[in-house]
Design a protein around this ligand. Structure first.
Ligand SMILES: [Zn+2]
Length: 137
């Protein structure tokens, strides 16, 4: 059997082999398409399906690895191992949500910006140096 596969409305139907490689008008939307032998069409669809399925599995694996890596970072990075003056670790919601909750429990409204709890960078080190040597000033 041959297949009529409309590119205009996705109407699909089997047609007699005598229509293979001929143009035909879609009975639903009147779009003109070429009729093909069913087996090569099916092979192309399956090939594309397997390619997309492979990409999907690959993407799911990458996503799982990223999620596992994030969880490992959070698990293995206990609060005692953090250099509080030079870390982005506080930006994980698992770290700062208890603080947000504490403020909420105290009926204190706070606006939280995760960027402000990134303590990496030059200025924190300068502030520490200044703080440690405050008596000099
Ligand atoms: Zn159609």
């Amino acid at each position: 059997m041959a297949i009529f596969l409309c590119k205009g409305c996705n109407h699909t139907q089997e047609v007699d082999n005598k229509h293979i490689n001929k143009k035909a008008k879609c009975p639903k939307c009147e779009y003109i398409v070429t009729v093909y032998d069913t087996v090569p069409v099916l092979k192309n669809i399956l090939k594309r399906y397997h390619e997309l399925n492979f990409k999907l599995k690959d993407t799911e694996n990458k996503l799982t690895k990223i999620e596992n890596l994030n969880n490992d970072i959070i698990k293995n990075n206990s609060i005692h191992d953090i250099d509080i003056h030079n870390t982005k670790s506080l930006m994980h919601k698992e770290r700062y949500l208890p603080i947000v909750k504490w403020f909420k429990d105290q009926n204190i409204k706070v606006k939280f910006t995760t960027e402000s709890i990134d303590t990496t960078g030059f200025f924190d080190e300068v502030a520490l140096l200044l703080g440690d040597n405050y008596s000099l000033f």
